[in-house]
Every structure is written in C-alpha cells, then in structure tokens.
Design a binder for this molecule. Sequence first.
Ligand SMILES: [Mg+2]
Length: 224
Amino acid sequence: MTSLLIRALIFDFDGLILETEEPIYRSWKEVYEAHGVQLPFELWVKTVGSSNQAFHPQLHLEERLGGPLPQDVIDRRVARRVELVLAEPLRPGVVDLAKAARAAAMKVGIASSSSRDWVKNHLERLGIVDLFDCLRCRDDVEHVKPEPDLYLASLDCLGVAATEAVAIEDSPNGVIAAKRAGLRCVAVANRITAGLDLSQADLRLTSLADVTLPQLIEKLGRPR
Ligand SMILES: [Mg+2]
C-alpha cells in the first residue's frame, strides 16, 4: 500500500464547509418563478464553484423580461439568500477533519471563488476562522475556478507542493481547478451538485463525517 505524505488540506467553502449553493439557487429560483420564468439548471450549474461570469442570473432574467428588475426585488432576493444561508448548519465532518489535520501538524487552507468578505464573515460567525492558516479568495487571483489559480495561490501561501496537498470540493468547477493545479481531490457532493460530473475527483465521499483523517489519506493512496 502506498503511504502518502500529505502536509496540507485545502477546503472549498461554498457548498463544502457551508451549504450555501442550494440557498443561493433557491433565492433566484423564487424570483424567476414570481416572474413566470424558468431558471435553467444547466445554466445555473456553470456558476457553482465559479462566479457569475459563467452565468449571470439577474442579467439572464432581465433579458427574458426585456427590462431591469426593480431594486426592491433585487434587495428582497439578497435578504432571502441571507435568511436561507443563516439557517444552514456547518456541513458534517468538516470541523473534525480540519482539527485533526491541525493536530497532525498539517496546514489547513481555504480556496474559494467567492469574495474574501463573504468567506471570512461566515467563518467568523461560525467561530471557525482560526482553524485555517490561509484563505485564498477571488480577490487574490486573476481567474476563479475552474482555473487553477486559487489552488496555486493556496499552495504558495501554505508552503507545500501540489503533491503534498489534498483539495476537498463539492463542484465540478472546483474539482477541475484542483486537478489542474496538480492536487489530489476529494469530492463531497451536496443537494445541488449530487447529479453533476465529479468523475475527475480521486475519491468521492457522501459525507466527510464518514472518514477519519488517516482513513481519508489511506483511501487516497489506494490505486484507483
Ligand atoms: Mg463549492
């Protein structure tokens, strides 16, 4: 059996540490439905793990309606998103895994296509910001996922090589970014990404609560 030397875990944030993907999707779907327009899931998933550059839900709806959305509709959508996100607990197993990595003298980072404010504010609210040695967010790079920039910046910040780090992701864009940067990648899907193509991941888990850190590393060392 191969024994891997893993010195860092790099977590995605949205949909992986906190299930924000379904709340964000739902907040837009409700606005679309209120205007009698379908929100196409196949277009929506382009944004998951990436940014609105891949698909812009507001511009798409405004195009379909032939005019701008009233400001109060936009404001209510943001408030609804906040309400739904705040109702979400941390996803199972994340904190235990990050703590186990720290206890094993490994580095722990976050690589997120979202803004630093978004990620940091949630981590602070949830009381887990100190678990992470390094946050790399869209403010820090030229290209978000699926480009490798966020993972390369995280490796640089943590001082480890790609072969020594494991990425943990929930979305195809995230998995592709990690693999392009040369990392091993574990995929843990959520309600939005469960049906999407995560086949580039080295390992797929239903929940991070299903494994200990040694088990995770052992599974990654097995031949595929
Ligand atoms: Mg994600």
